[in-house]
Design a protein around this ligand. Structure first.
Ligand SMILES: [Zn+2]
Length: 241
């Protein structure tokens, strides 16, 4: 089990969850606690959280998890900007989401890109509002060991690396299963545990079956156990230097 300490993060798994599956995430809180894991929840449509969602999200934040922003209406940044301009993107999609989260008691310092859609100009724009951004690598490479080179950020680069690319560990969506081979992800975790640095992963809901993208509790526990067995702490974005 990894303790929550004040020591500098020099190696970590950054496990992140997107969208608005608050009840499922809250149900997994004991699992996270068992492994001493803190994760990041990137929330979209914060204005549509009901009272119970907000209460549960506060409990997750009290457990040390990071609450980040995932946009007001889950718009893809490059496409929205191409259609409406950068000013409109911030004014209609990002700032209202940030303000809504702040009003609910969640001052968010990081942003997870909806659909991992980003480019260097959206990065530059969003880094005026956020300390860190999470993008993604292609999920169909997660069985490929060479993915580790792309996912793993060396320890010396953590402080300066403001855009972290994650890989999906979702199990499936609706009736579609994404396959069980996570060799690339596991290789990245091993490298992170051995050499230091961080590896970022993402999922959505946490359920055995779900219409939306989801990771099963069994796979989630397997990943947490794998990291724990390597003495690799699982921390939230807010804990990064
Ligand atoms: Zn999303």
């Amino acid at each position: 089990m990894t303790d929550r300490g004040d020591h500098r993060v020099d190696r970590a798994l950054l496990l992140t969850f997107d969208d608005r599956h608050v009840r499922e995430w809250a149900a997994a809180a004991p699992l996270f606690r068992r492994y001493g894991a803190r994760v990041t929840f990137f929330i979209c449509e914060p204005d549509r959280l009901d009272r119970d969602d907000v209460r549960l999200l506060h409990r997750l934040a009290d457990d040390g998890h990071t609450i980040g922003c995932h946009g007001l209406r889950h718009e893809r940044a490059p496409e929205f900007i191409a259609a409406h301009g950068a000013g409109a993107y911030l004014a209609r999609e990002v700032v209202p989401a940030l303000e809504s989260l702040r009003r609910l008691g969640f001052p968010s310092r990081s942003f997870g890109y909806p659909c991992s859609a980003r480019d260097t100009s959206t990065d530059r724009l969003l880094l005026t509002l956020f300390e860190r951004l999470r993008g993604g690598v292609s999920a169909d490479r997660r069985a490929d060991p060479s993915l580790a080179a792309e996912l793993h950020v060396p320890a010396g680069d953590i402080a300066a690396r403001r855009v972290l690319l994650g890989c999906s560990v979702d199990s499936g969506r609706g009736a579609v299963a994404y396959g069980d081979d996570l060799t690339g992800v596991e290789t990245a975790l091993r490298r992170t545990a051995d050499d230091g640095g961080v590896t970022t992963l993402y999922a959505h809901g946490i359920a055995d079956a779900q219409e939306a993208n989801h990771v099963t509790p069994a796979r989630l526990e397997k990943l947490l156990a794998l990291a724990d067995g390597m003495s690799l702490p699982c921390v939230g974005f807010d804990e990064l230097p």
